[in-house]
Design a protein around this ligand. Sequence first.
Ligand code: SF4
Length: 195
Amino acid sequence: MTEGRSRDIAGMEWADLKAAVKACTACGLRAGCTQTVFGVGDEHAKWLVVGEAPGADEDCQGEPFVGRAGQLLNSMIAAIGLKREQVYIANILKCRPPNNRDPRPEEAGLCRPFLERQIALVKPRLILAVGRIAAQNLLGTETTIGRLRGTVHKLGETPVVVTYHPAYLLRSPGEKRKAWEDLKLAMSVAKTVAK
Ligand code: SF4
């Protein structure tokens, strides 16, 4: 990734940023996906939800967190007293990896300036990282999700709380209680941060 590219992206407003993502071919993923999935929601949201990457439904619809996992994410958002439209939702990667494989470090690195600019423009009170891949990429760590949960991390000045991915919770409904603990932690943090 060139410094110039990162600097250019860091100076973009929403319209240019959306156009840059749409036109991006910086990594090989764009060649294999249907469309880029930029992000969705309130561009001045207090909460920013960060997931991993588009799956099949997201690739088809061009929106993050649709399908069954998206419905569960909506329920999680409702549990904190908000509607989906009141948060901002984005992914580490804007293009779907083939067969939903994990993002490669070089792909996540090339896509990172887009997410960083989204975070800078939204200026959320809190980032909720959903799933191991999102949390590890966002925080630059290989620590397990079990250890990342339950602690307030920081990305610059922004607090980050980690919870399970809704797709995992669909497979392991017994873990929903832990996800609720994470959401309660996130709510308590969000209340203390001015915006
Ligand atoms: Fe560009 Fe990100 Fe898509 Fe790769 S995943 S082509 S860096 S938008």
